[in-house]
Design a protein around this ligand. Structure first.
Ligand code: ADP
Ligand code: ZN
Length: 203
């Protein structure tokens, strides 16, 4: 009787890379995918198209490295492309933008033996856990929580500061503000500013 049961079937895995904007998530995703390519594994890169179209776009990191990606609107479109192209290693950037069906799509791919690597914001500009990220972090095989550099003081930054017309955004500001100039910065706990932050996080 062997101590361990062995299987010839390949097991899949889920790796999550998270952190605020500018923390190097895209860079790290690109690095892992390049290594998989060097290992002669078939890779596929995906990101949300943000509108109802599927096109080719690039994953571009803030330091300029790029990787060609499929931009899709639905998680099911990712599953279909992975199936059709027999992709073994799947990278998904900005995973927080997909609807919650991304969770079951990822689980299905992992169960089929795929290596799935996702990158995304763990919290939104209010500091609230973002979309499917809490679930993906919980079910992941590995998690990398990256930090950026605070634009105000140079400390490690875990927050994404939203600025509207140069001022810190309010907690209940709408996600889309018509006609306003918007910007995002990485900030540390001390320099991150937001009004009406709930004392207890409401989930
Ligand atoms: P993310 O995907 O997390 O937004 P990227 O991989 O696109 O991050 O970009 C990381 C790169 O951004 C860094 O290597 C650095 O060159 C650049 N960068 C610009 N501003 C900052 C900052 N405030 N903190 C850290 N890196 C920064
Ligand atoms: Zn700071």
């Amino acid at each position: 009787m062997p101590l361990h049961s062995y299987t010839t079937e390949k097991t899949g895995s889920l790796e999550v890379i998270c952190g605020p904007m500018f923390s190097g998530k895209s860079e790290e995703l690109i690095r892992r995918l390049r290594r998989a390519t060097i290992a002669k594994q078939k890779t596929g890169v995906f990101k949300h198209s943000l509108d109802n179209r599927s096109t080719l776009k690039s994953v571009v990191s803030h330091n300029g490295t790029t990787l060609e990606a499929f931009a899709t609107y639905t998680p099911e479109a990712i599953a279909a492309l992975v199936e059709d192209n027999d992709i073994a290693v799947i990278g998904i950037d900005e995973v927080q933008f997909f609807d919650t069906t991304i969770i079951s799509v990822i689980c299905t791919m992992v169960n089929k033996g795929k290596r799935v690597i996702v990158a995304g914001l763990d919290t939104d500009f209010r500091g609230v856990p973002f979309g499917s990220m809490p679930t993906l972090l919980s079910i992941a095989d590995s998690v990398a929580k990256l930090q950026a550099i605070c634009t105000e003081c140079g400390d490690n930054a875990i927050f994404t500061q939203r600025l509207v017309d140069g001022r810190p955004a309010r907690y209940d500001d709408p996600i889309i503000l018509i006609g306003a100039q918007e910007a995002y910065q990485a900030r540390c706990r001390g320099c991150y500013l937001i009004d009406k932050k709930p004392f207890v996080l409401q989930l």
